[in-house]
Design a protein around this ligand. Structure first.
Ligand code: PAD
Ligand code: ZN
Length: 364
């Protein structure tokens, strides 16, 4: 089968033929129908996030079940599924606390680039090829842990709802689960890519009265306004915290960072009203330090991270599919490029140059 392989940090992906094993116990083989291109894939390509190489990236996947391994329940060939970032092993301490978004087994699938048993199903000749997030969906087919899939109804297009696999669950979940944004509040969103635009939509769904979108790219600010933002700020135009306070008076109740930089995380904290909450959704380089003014603590301002939108995937993904079906979650508008696997490197060029929101690879 064809797959896009990351050979080395900073190298472009190369589309080539790989061998894929049959699913082992607790695993499922799927045909990938579509996969969104997320900034986290790019962070692995640039070495900001690390995993063993060679590897197949791609984790925002929609697909169809082809085969189930021994012991798998609840999936059958032909089922439509969305891949999730966390395998939800169901038995670790975090899963038992109903926090599958921090499943301890996730460390193995993300850090080692393997299946849950520590081995890979992808090979090239005698070489093991690793799986990003246990999903590795920049490929025609994938073997994934059954706990990394959520079954969905067949009436929605996988070419669109694949976005729910990462960006949407991360962004909407950061609003509804992590921050639990209350109606009639004020929200700022820094960064309006696939994740930030999902935060904007989550804030609209939560009933926020003011939603301020911040992005240097004019087209992204405009898109954010069609998806629910009430105001937009160009960070190149001056002091963003000041501009936010000009709109809101005291500052915002909630500020979300969806870029992945420590300076913009600190900026989120700076634009809060007393007792406000800043949420770091973007993944900054793990060793970087966030510097905050201590005075903000006396105003009871808080800062929290958000992993995969604090999602319980089996509960949240069907909910987001339903919001899409009802027209409340506008996913088609977020997809600005539909491409073939061979064009995957162009999608990262598009991303870093700020052209368009989400690119989706559609398989033939
Ligand atoms: P993206 O590259 O599509 O969007 C980033 C946006 O930020 C772009 O629109 C940029 O124009 C904008 N931007 C750049 N600089 C600034 C600035 N100074 N001020 C305001 N906006 C700016 O990325 P994405 O939406 O795919 O991902 C965003 C982050 O979220 C990224 O760090 C990714 O790794 C992270 C992520 N986190 C999780 C999680 O579980 N926490 C999951 C998925 C993605
Ligand atoms: Zn992602």
């Amino acid at each position: 089968m064809k797959a896009a392989v990351l050979e080395a940090i900073d190298a472009p992906l190369r589309v080539e033929e790989l061998e894929l094993d049959e699913p082992k116990s607790g695993e499922v083989r799927i045909r990938i129908v579509a996969c969104g291109v997320c900034h986290s894939d790019y962070s692995y390509m640039k070495g900001i996030l690390r995993m063993p190489l060679p590897a197949v990236p791609g984790h925002e996947a929609g697909g169809v079940v082809e085969a189930v391994g021994p012991g798998v329940q609840g999936f059958a060939p032909g089922d439509h599924v969305i891949g999730v970032l966390t395998p939800n092993c169901g038995v670790c301490d975090m899963c038992r606390e109903n926090k599958p978004f921090l499943c301890i087994k996730m460390m193995a699938t993300m850090g080692n680039g393997t299946m849950l048993d520590g081995t890979t199903r992808l090979h090239r000749g005698g070489t093991h090829v690793h799986h990003l997030c246990g999903i590795a969906a920049f490929a025609e087919h994938a073997v994934v842990p059954a706990g990394s899939l959520v079954k969905i109804e067949k009436d929605v297009p996988l070419e669109t709802v694949c976005l729910i696999g990462c960006g949407v669950t991360t962004g909407v979940g950061a609003v509804l689960n992590t921050a639990q944004v209350k109606p009639d509040t004020t929200v700022a969103v820094l960064g309006c890519g696939g994740v930030g635009l999902s935060i904007v939509q989550g804030a609209r769904i939560a009933g926020a009265r003011t939603i301020i979108a911040v992005d240097p790219v004019a087209a992204k600010r405009e898109l954010a306004q069609t998806l629910g933002a009430t105001h937009a700020i160009d960070p190149a135009a001056g002091d963003v915290a000041k501009a936010v306070k000009k709109i809101t008076g005291l500052g915002v109740h909630y500020a979300f960072e969806a870029i992945g930089r420590v300076d913009t995380i600190a900026l989120c904290y700076a634009m809060l009203r007393p007792t406000g909450l800043a949420v770091a959704v973007g993944v900054a380089p793990p060793a970087d330090e966030v510097r905050l003014r201590a005075g903000g603590l006396l105003q009871q301002k808080a800062l929290i991270g958000s992993a995969y939108g604090s999602a319980v995937p089996s509960r949240d993904i069907p909910l987001y599919v339903d919001l899409y079906r009802r027209g409340e979650l506008k996913l088609d508008q977020m997809i600005t490029h539909r491409i073939a696997l061979d064009q995957v490197n162009d999608a990262f060029e598009t991303m870093v140059h700020g052209q368009g929101a989400r690119s989706v690879i559609v398989f033939g």
